[in-house]
Design a protein around this ligand. Structure first.
Ligand code: TYM
Length: 312
């Protein structure tokens, strides 16, 4: 079976972009593939944060995965920091990743320009190497993400190829190693629709957790009246698309109704899950256990190939 991994950062609230670009598609993939879905808390600390807030958001994001239909009997659901191998592999990979490759990352350039060099931690630069590690640890075939992650996925592929070439293959075999490919080179899976959901207030930006105004996004947990209000006030495209025989008024009403109908059962399940912390803990514990088993195999193999001597 092919293996699929993906994750969401627990910064702020999960919004419609995260749902349509990523989480909704994971639900159908769990029936076809071996799937692992994580909450990337270690990625969320690359910008200033408050620990209690982060821990709340991590639990909430896990509950949202479940409420959206990720099934813990099919998929492994876990918190990134619970599987230590992610950070360890990241160190090894970062030694073989040129700084130039990271300096070119659009998200790094944007975020560091906003905050200024003195306010940005080193981890903001090395963030994509941690993401590569999240993916390569599981020898993943496919990574379902929104369009904004394509550059990070391309970098992951480049790192895998470089490291395979440096430490795997025939060259290593001659020196006594087992040779072969150390990491599978993964592919991004971008959905045909919903890969780039736009901001409600700015037609040029994507919907984002970090945008200052909550009016710019629809959060999965927004109550009915908030959704109605946000859509009433939001910008619309200047040319009609699929619903071309509707005027803006009836289009917005149809959209609002469809959205509320879709999100309401998710919100009900979310409340049920959050009211049973023991259940959520169990899911996360089981998930990280299964993930660590796979991750350790890759990490041990790569450590042996790239740095360690073997002792008997
Ligand atoms: P994050 O938390 O920013 O976003 C989570 C997922 O939602 C998608 N997304 C969107 N899709 C459509 N329209 C939008 N407006 C929109 N905004 C966000 C993202 O593309 C993503 O799929 N670095 C990643 C998290 C990550 C990860 C990984 C993903 C860390 N390690 C390994 C896959 C595999 C991030 O910050 O996503």
């Amino acid at each position: 079976k092919k293996r699929v991994v993906s994750g969401v950062q627990p910064t702020g609230l999960v919004h419609l972009g995260n749902y349509l670009g990523a989480i909704k598609n994971w639900v159908s993939l769990q029936d076809l593939y071996e799937t692992l879905f994580f909450i990337v808390d270690l990625h969320a600390i690359t910008l200033p944060y408050e620990a209690p807030q982060l821990s709340k958001a991590t639990r909430s994001t896990a509950a949202i995965y479940l409420a959206c239909g990720i099934d813990s009997s099919k998929a492994s659901i876990f918190v990134q920091s619970h599987v230590r191998a992610h950070v360890e592999l990241m160190w090894l990979l970062s030694s073989s990743t040129p700084i130039g490759w990271l300096n070119r990352m659009i998200q790094f350039k944007e975020k560091s320009r906003k905050a200024g060099d003195e306010n940005v931690g080193v981890a903001l630069l090395t963030y994509p190497v941690l993401m590569a590690s999240d993916i390569l640890l599981y020898q993943s075939d496919l990574v379902p993400v929104g369009e904004d992650q394509t550059q990070h996925l391309e970098l992951t592929r480049e790192i895998a190829e470089r490291v395979n070439n440096l430490y795997g293959g025939r060259k290593w075999k001659k020196m006594g190693g087992r040779g072969g490919s150390l990491f599978k080179v993964p592919e991004a899976l971008i959905p045909p629709a919903g890969a780039r959901v736009m901001s409600l207030t700015d037609g040029l930006s994507k919907m984002s957790k970090s945008a200052p105004s909550d009016q710019s996004r629809i959060n999965l947990l927004d109550p009915k009246d908030v959704i109605m209000n946000k859509i009433k006030r939001c910008k619309t495209d200047s040319f009609p698309g699929e619903c071309e025989n509707m005027n803006w008024g009836s289009f917005k009403t149809t959209l609002t109704d469809a959205l509320i109908d879709h999100l309401q059962p998710i919100q009900v399940r979310y409340e049920e899950i959050m009211s049973d912390p023991g259940y959520l803990d169990g899911v996360l514990l089981e998930g990280s256990g299964k993930a660590a088993e796979i991750a350790d195999i890759t990490l041990n193999n790569f450590t042996f190939h790239s740095v360690a001597i073997k002792v008997n």
